[in-house]
Design a binder for this molecule. Structure first.
Ligand SMILES: [Zn+2]
Length: 243
């Protein structure tokens, strides 16, 4: 199954006044909106990740990236806060479901199976307390259960969460198409090496326009199939008439 994969397009990363703003991230917002619309239009499921932090003692081990635990980052994407919610541009789906990373690390198999059945109308996001979505064990199980083999990837930040998601998915045999004008990195140096590494591991880089053009082609193919069916019906009617 093919998916569109949305990495951490949340207010704290995407907005100038966000708690952990990725420089110039707002530039990619129009493309993020188009890609989201495209996925809905061609009925390709939207899957992705969201950062969700708690800052409590029980989550400490998982949140060592936070300054409060001597890590490099200030508090960001705190659960329930505006900064943690997704930006408008990627929030266009009919409904959304979030799969937490439980403290006991248990994978909610039944919940995942139900979510996979509803993927076409309900976007599915995996919560994480670190930059790597694979730290939430449910994600790997999901990829296997849903038989994911292709992912169109976009979001932030190229040199952290995007890189980890792409390398991880490539490792699981999933072909990643990274939308180069719908990602943003924190620094140019680490972004450059992240792009190289993704390429090396088999990811392909595409432009948003190419994905959207693919959509056009797909809808024309749909139209053709519809018209051919219509024509067959008319042919049958003519034959019946002649008999
Ligand atoms: Zn974080």
């Amino acid at each position: 199954m093919k998916i569109f994969y949305d990495v951490d397009t949340q207010n704290d990363f995407m907005n100038r006044d966000g708690k952990l703003y990725v420089p110039d991230a707002e530039i990619i917002k129009p493309n993020l909106a188009k890609l989201t619309g495209c996925a809905i239009g061609i009925r390709v499921p939207i899957v992705g990740s969201v950062d969700r932090h708690f800052g409590t003692e029980e989550y400490k081990e998982r949140e060592l990236e936070l300054q409060r635990w001597s890590g490099p980052f200030p508090d960001h994407c705190m659960g329930g806060k505006y900064g943690q919610s997704k930006i408008r541009e990627t929030n266009l789906t009919e409904s959304r479901k979030f799969i937490p990373h439980r403290l006991d690390n248990k994978v909610p198999y039944e919940e995942l199976e139900k979510a996979i059945e509803k993927l076409e109308i309900t976007a599915l996001f995996f919560e994480k307390q670190s930059y790597d979505v694979f730290t939430n064990p449910s994600f790997e199980v999901f990829l296997r259960l849903a038989k994911i083999d292709e992912a169109v990837v976009y979001g932030v930040a190229t040199d952290y969460c995007v890189k980890a998601a792409v390398l991880g998915m490539q490792k699981h045999g999933i072909k990643c198409y990274v939308v180069e004008d719908a990602i943003k990195g924190v620094s140019s140096e680490t972004t450059g090496s992240a792009l190289e590494e993704m390429l090396e591991k088999g990811a392909k880089f595409v432009k948003a326009e190419e994905i959207l053009a693919g959509r056009e082609k797909e809808s024309l193919t749909d139209k053709r199939t519809r018209l051919e069916k219509e024509l067959e019906k008319v042919d049958r009617e003519i034959r019946d008439y002649e008999l």
